[in-house]
Design a protein around this ligand. Sequence first.
Ligand code: ASP
Ligand code: MG
Length: 424
Amino acid sequence: MSLIVQKFGGSSVADAEGIHRVAKRIVDTHKAGNNVVVVVSAMGDTTDELIDLAASVTDQPTAREMDILLTAGERISMALLAMAVTDLGVPAHAFTGRQAGLHTDAAYGAASIVGVVPERIARTIQDGEIAIIAGFQGINRENDVTTLGRGGSDTTAVAFAAALRADVCEIYSDVDGVFTADPRVAPAARQIPALTYEETLEMAAHGTKILHLRAVEYARRYDVPLHVRSSFSTKEGTWIVNESARSRWDGNNEAPVISGISHDTSQAKITITGVPDKPGAAARIFQTVADAGSSIDMIVQNVPVNMPGSATISFTLPIADVKRTITALDINKAELGYDKLIQDDGVGILSLIGTGMRSHPGVTAKFFAALAEAGINIDMISTSEIRISAVLDADDVAEAVRVVHSAFDLDAEEEAIVYGGTGR
Ligand code: ASP
Ligand code: MG
């Protein structure tokens, strides 16, 4: 008998009809001879509405009370879902984070899991019943309610799958799986049958909306197979597994050189000129950036040949972080000793991701050739073992995705049905 953890996002339980559809899915899985543990998110946009509600009461909601407020969303969906499942003839019980045994640190709004004690859930399964757990919430040592941060229900599901040693953690949303590129940009994109954890982490970190990053990290750490699929159909979705499990999908072939293409237009670039070309200068700059709370992605530094002693440093960061970063650099200008700051919001980052890249040296050349042929200029480049990223003009990104997708033979024969899902 298998143990399956099923996580349903807000879009799957947006209304009574959705709750019935999901309940049937759960009961069908149970009747097929599996033990089922469910993790559910708040209905539809409930969490956003609760945040708006708090904002309408005060400009400065307290973090502790904010978490109490937000966890109410999942209390509603878990209770209703348990009733709907029980109605279909299989007893189901709803559990808050506390009741389910999810322990976290004290960081309200962004708590980390410190332990999962799923006794109550294990007993429920043993009794042949279905456990429905509220996503994204836990308790800290003070017995106060905490949340794991937006989108955290994915992490709840993976944490219980790991603690209960489930055979699979199914993540349901309103999209069919992960695609080779965003189908809204590249209509020839195909659904990917399987990805490794590493590829998924790289894709998620570079603009592909798949899962909560922390959920993928957790799954990799405990080797929990994930199956990302739609609650609106019974089609196979995309599996996210370790490298040797993934080879099952590749048959006797080598791993694909490129598994997918991500793009991200929510980044900006800051260039700092006239930085003293001395040890410690870059360290001071990036300490200032870090102290401002900004997370940077790519960095390029060079010393123009005609200006020895003075370096130029460029880096990319989320547009949302630009303002406070510039302010912090400005305040410390004298100490940092640079000349000028140049801000560029019109950049986009294109990333090619694939484990097969490790053993295929020609990838970069092919990538650059495809962009060159389309007349697209590359601004900055960075690579990891399984990723190549290029900073481009934001206006070129969509075309770049399409030409690179074709160049690496990822195009489907038929156009994908462009889905309008949110992936939640
Ligand atoms: N309901 C929470 C949110 O909207 C958690 C989740 O959906 O995973 O962020
Ligand atoms: Mg939600």
